[in-house]
Design a protein around this ligand. Structure first.
Ligand code: ARG
Length: 473
């Protein structure tokens, strides 16, 4: 192979080929347009590999020094935007290796000893994803903090709690926010678990069968901050389950975001009027001057479909692939990259948007009252006075019907009216008919009483503080 054989595929791949690759095939098989974003991981992997080759006496220390110098220069060129990416060189690996050989000569050609692009790309992708997971985990932490802040401020703010989207029972708005904190904390846990399985080293698997050079794979893994080495070479180069389970975790997180997004859209609707989003997160209409649209949550809802689509794409990419590496796997990158980008941007914008929500407690309270949200409390009151629950349920249904016909709340019915439905009703009934009374009554673990909400706020703060100190740079 001549020194600049890798420079261009207008020459044939190797002596075996009698003609160059077709130009259209070059374009079809090239991944450089998207995989160049793996360059940092590619250089880190090459440095660790070269250092180990030298420690194992497979590479001279002069060659190692040349490789280190060349890769540093390449890194600087890429950062500066002066690196000349070539489509004929197919991917990030061949582009960097070719430039290295140009810069440092034969030492560059020795770097690929005991290595294949198959274990190289799997390593790059794992390294890259590991670092992206760390960014996403930090953002998930920040979003939880923003929600906990609202929960603390609104522990005693009454929201009509819904089932079937119909008013059910009053809940604390803070309690409602903390439900999302629970969801996002599980999403963060899932990402941490995926990180462990992602952070393993394929290098050393070579093309598929391992290599005859005496490599020290543990040393490379340590150098790259990886927790373990992949234990089967065929599996190491071919499976992409780490990308799939990451995308599954990301999909679930987006599904959680979409639930919150949907509620924000509803709450902003004039018929609810529970919140206002800051103007900077809304857009207007080109025709209707009165409009302020919640585009950001709507888009987040839409982008959830896009991420879940990537999950389906990756699952189908892997399905039925025979061992070991197949070129199909080059198609793993775009969905994975887009999943990371979409989730990262969504979490970023939601951290800001959530912190800027303006809550309108009066509107929430009015809606809770209009929906007879304390009807269950009246039934529970009657049970405590000795009625069987089913009878109490029926008594209250009649009282609600009566109040509806007069367009008043249960708490606005005179004592004599309430007593006409059950003699068990006494003066003290009005304590349970208030929204605050209803909330305070649900003071068991996990309940909506403001006291419970504040206890949970403290628990989350301790948890999030320790998480932040773990992930601080
Ligand atoms: N660009 C390729 C990919 O993303 C790198 C591995 C190619 N290996 C090969 N033998 N063609 O999967």
């Amino acid at each position: 192979m001549s020194t600049n054989q890798l420079d261009t595929k207008s020459t044939a791949w190797s002596a075996l080929f009698s003609e160059p690759t077709d130009v259209m095939v070059n374009r079809y098989t090239s991944s450089i347009s998207f995989d160049k974003r793996l360059w940092k991981a590619d250089i880190a992997g090459s440095l660790a590999h070269a250092e180990m080759l030298c420690a194992q006496d497979i590479l001279s220390s002069q060659d190692l020094a040349s490789i280190e110098r060349g890769l540093a220069e390449i890194g600087a060129e890429i950062e500066a935007g002066t690196f000349d990416w070539k489509i004929e060189l197919e991917d990030v690996h061949l582009n960097i290796e070719s430039r290295l050989t140009q810069l440092v000569g034969d030492a560059g050609k020795r770097l690929h000893t005991g290595r294949s692009r198959n274990d190289q790309v799997a390593t790059d992708l794992r390294l890259w994803l590991r670092d992206e997971i760390d960014t996403l985990s930090r953002l998930l932490g920040a979003l939880q903090v923003a929600l906990v802040d609202i929960a603390e401020a609104h522990a005693a703010t009454v929201l009509p709690g819904l089932t079937h989207l119909q008013v059910a029972q009053p809940v604390s708005f803070g309690h409602h926010m903390l439900a999302y904190v629970e969801m996002f904390s599980r999403d963060a846990q899932r990402l941490t678990e995926v990180r462990h399985r992602t952070n393993r080293l394929p290098l050393g698997a070579a093309a598929l069968a391992g290599t005859s050079y005496p490599l020290d794979r543990d040393r490379v893994a340590r150098k790259l901050g990886m927790e373990d080495v992949c234990q089967n070479s065929l599996d190491a180069v071919s499976d992409r389950d780490f990308a799939i389970e990451f995308t599954a975790a990301a999909s679930l997180c987006m599904v959680h975001v979409s639930r919150l997004a949907e509620e924000l859209v509803l709450w902003m609707n004039q018929n609810f009027g529970f919140i206002e989003l800051a103007d900077r997160y809304c857009t207007g209409s080109s025709i209707m001057p009165q409009k302020k649209n919640p585009d950001v949550p709507e888009l987040a809802r839409g982008k959830t479909g896009r991420v879940v689509g990537h999950l389906m794409g990756l699952l189908m990419l892997m399905k039925s692939q025979p061992l070991a590496y197949n070129k199909d796997n080059q198609e793993d990158k775009e969905p994975l990259f887009d999943t990371v980008d979409t989730l990262r941007d969504t979490l970023r914008v939601f951290c800001e948007l959530v912190s800027a929500i303006r809550v309108k407690p009066d509107a929430m309270e009015r809606a809770a009252r209009r929906g007879y949200a304390t009807a269950t409390d009246l039934a529970d009151y009657l049970v405590k006075k000795g009625l069987p629950f089913r009878d109490a349920h029926e008594v209250v249904a009649k009282a609600v019907k009566f109040a509806m016909q007069r367009d008043v709340d249960l708490s606005e019915l005179p004592l004599a009216s309430l007593q006409s439905f059950s003699a068990a009703v006494g003066e003290d009934v009005y304590q349970v008919l208030t929204l605050a009374g209803s909330l305070n009554a649900r003071n068991g673990l996990g309940g909506t009483a403001p006291a419970q909400v504040l206890t949970q706020v403290q628990r989350h703060r301790v948890r999030l503080d320790s998480m932040q100190s773990l992930t601080a740079p």
